[in-house]
Design a protein around this ligand. Structure first.
Ligand code: TXA
Ligand code: MG
Length: 332
């Protein structure tokens, strides 16, 4: 692989099997290359999880300051069992929600083939079985685990379209499979099943769905903003999902120098430089799907700041507010 790859974009219909494009992705991964592909949550940047050099290139392409551990994506629960040990809660969650937007952090098996660098030397591993047909087809064709963080530069918001990926990673990765906008638009929910099930990151699978099956213990206290030394879910670092413009949350009015991220049918006082509405009909699923693309677009409007209207915390609102609060947190 060359140091400065030309990034190819291949369009792919999510619902039509395209062996050409999928085979190309699998061969690129096998050669140690980096491939961005859609999942049901956000676009992932994939590398062969068993190839330490490929994983190192992945960190470099993302500009990840430290080696945050990565999620190993596999085709099915059987493949996940070759990487990690499942307790009964983990088994129940996997049976109920895989394939789908749930990541489990589990004890790593001694014979786990995933490169040490991908798990940042931890004795645990994050595993996920995505449901998106393109992601599934790649995993089946490749036949090995694929580590895939969100396909953005470190510190930027997660990409929900191939254009977002290109904007962040052009010239740094070999291939992007463009399957259109990702359906959910928020990253997976992360649950650790180490001793008791703990919510590490709210995400596209709402807490209430999980709590119908297992009781969640009180999570770890969110690490302070300046800590970036392997907290239990390092993605929980405070200012992780930041656009360039500062965010002002719970805005009831907007100022002339600001862009407005609206929610619901009610107008706020004042005139904004640019306005995008997460969901005029107050639908949290629609809001989740629009969150990152609207943040990117308002950031690109050149506004000095982004005012954000309040979003309710029910259901997916927990994860949406989590991402907004991180984006608004003081920068390191
Ligand atoms: O929806 C998603 O999960 C997307 C798509 C592409 O699958 N991926 C994603 O990956 O969001 P990433 O790397 O952006 O976020 C993964 C999070 C990070 O916060 C990381 O610190 C945490 O998972 N993580 C990974 N392994 C872990 C482990 N062993 N223990 C605790 N946290 C872990
Ligand atoms: Mg990420």
């Amino acid at each position: 692989m060359t140091a400065q790859p030309a990034t190819q974009v291949l369009k792919i219909e999510p619902d039509v099997i395209m062996p050409g494009a999928v085979g190309r992705a699998a061969r690129t991964l096998a050669a140690g290359g980096l491939v961005a592909f859609p999942t049901e949550t956000v676009y992932g940047l994939g590398a062969d999880a068993t190839d330490g050099a490929a994983v190192a290139r992945l960190y470099e392409a993302k500009d990840r300051p430290s080696f945050n551990p990565l999620i190993a994506h596999v085709a099915d629960a059987g493949a996940a069992r070759a990487l990690a040990r499942f307790d009964s809660a983990a088994q129940r969650l996997a049976a109920a929600f895989w394939p789908g937007p749930l990541t489990l952090v589990l004890p790593k098996r001694a014979d786990c083939p995933v490169a040490e660098l991908a798990t940042a030397g931890l004795d645990t591993i994050a595993v996920r079985v995505p449901s998106h047909p393109v992601a599934r087809a790649i995993l089946v064709a490749f036949g090995r685990p694929v580590v895939a963080p969100s396909a953005n530069r470190s510190g930027h918001v997660s990409p929900t379209t191939a254009q977002h990926v290109l904007a962040d990673l052009r010239g740094r990765i070999e291939l992007i499979l463009d399957g259109g906008p990702t359906p959910m638009g928020l990253e997976s929910t992360i649950i650790a099943c180490l001793d008791r099930p703990v919510l590490l990151r709210p995400g596209a699978l709402p807490r209430a769905d999980i709590e119908r099956l297992v009781k969640l213990a009180q999570g770890p206290v969110a690490p302070p903003a300046h800590v970036d030394e392997l907290p239990i879910a390092p993605g929980a670092l405070a200012s992780h999902y930041a656009p360039r413009a500062p965010l002002r949350l719970n805005a009831r009015h907007v100022e002339a120098h600001e862009a407005l991220l609206a929610f619901g049918p009610t107008a706020v006082e004042g005139a904004a430089r640019a306005v995008l509405n997460l969901s005029p009909r107050s639908d949290l699923i629609e809001a989740a799907a629009n969150l990152f693309s609207h943040l990117r677009a308002l950031d690109a409007s050149g506004a000095a700041a982004i005012a954000v209207m309040p979003v309710p915390r029910a259901g997916l609102g927990e994860a949406i507010n989590d991402r907004l609060e991180r984006a608004a947190a003081p920068r390191a």
